[in-house]
Design a protein around this ligand. Structure first.
Ligand code: MG
Length: 269
């Protein structure tokens, strides 16, 4: 099931998106969104009688993390190498503020403090219930679903600062969407799921979650051994190799097989 947040110009609502995806992860023309009674994270999936053509609504970030977005750094060996870093022996955690979250189609604002703004296409885990000290074998029980993230990073600030907070924390540095897929289980596929990033139509990143150094159950377990996870918290699983700069006016698309495509443009603040 694809769970979206959307607006028709009124207050945001939750809905279920139906229809098939084409090879580029875009829904077909007949796709509709069926409205839900409230946030399914808290009230379950209760379908209403109202439906809209997907083309007639504006999708919003499918989840607004109430407490945190947890990033995982250097979780693909080839990406660690391209940055000149060793592979970590434990997951490398950082936080992005929930105010960095924006939705599909929203602008990524180029801050004046950086001269090197990078895209990082990633698979994102959305937590479904309050949990701590989750054993890896029970991780699936606490996962609500998966969405797509762009872990936007000011690379020069990341290299200059001791902490990643500024480099990863600006408003609009965490596009999420276009929806949460609750049926996808990346662990189910021996080859993982494919994560691709296109910049202005050119393929820049082409990885697979099969190459994650620390897999999803390990990440959920590790993060929850440090901090309690709440419904709607998000864990970014790391980016494959091929990260690179974005300029004002660029369009960046992150696609995940079986999930969809998250598209955003870079804008002047
Ligand atoms: Mg990242």
């Amino acid at each position: 099931m694809r769970i979206a947040r959307f607006t028709t110009g009124e207050d945001p609502q939750y809905g279920v998106v139906t229809g098939d995806l084409d090879e580029f992860g875009q829904p077909d023309e007949d796709a509709v969104v069926v409205a839900l009674a409230g946030d399914p994270l808290y009230v379950g999936v209760k379908l209403l009688d109202t439906e809209h053509k997907l083309a007639d609504v504006r999708l919003l970030a499918p989840v607004l993390p109430r407490s945190k977005v947890v990033g995982i750094g250097r979780n693909y060996a080839a990406h660690a190498a391209e940055m000149g870093n060793d592979v970590p022996t434990e997951p490398l955690m950082f936080l992005k503020p929930n105010t960095s979250v924006v939705g599909p189609g929203d602008p990524i604002f180029y801050p004046r403090q950086t001269q090197n703004l990078h895209f990082e296409g990633e698979l994102a885990v959305v937590i479904g219930r309050i949990c701590r000290d989750v054993p890896p074998e029970q991780a699936t029980d606490v996962i609500h679903g998966y969405t797509i993230a762009n872990d936007v990073t000011a690379r020069d600030l990341q290299k200059g600062d001791v902490q990643f907070t500024r480099a990863k924390g600006f408003d609009s540095f965490c596009p999420l969407g276009p929806w949460i897929e609750t049926d996808l289980d990346p662990q189910h596929f021996a080859d993982g799921v494919r994560v691709q990033t296109h910049l202005n139509g050119d393929l820049k990143q082409d990885g697979s979650t099969a190459d994650l150094i620390f897999d999803i159950p390990t990440l959920v377990s590790y993060v929850s051994s440090v901090m309690t996870l709440l419904p709607g918290d998000v864990i970014l699983t790391g980016t494959p190799e091929g990260v690179g700069p974005m300029e004002v006016g660029d369009e960046v698309e992150v696609s995940i097989a079986g999930l969809g495509t998250l598209t955003n443009k870079v804008a002047q603040r």
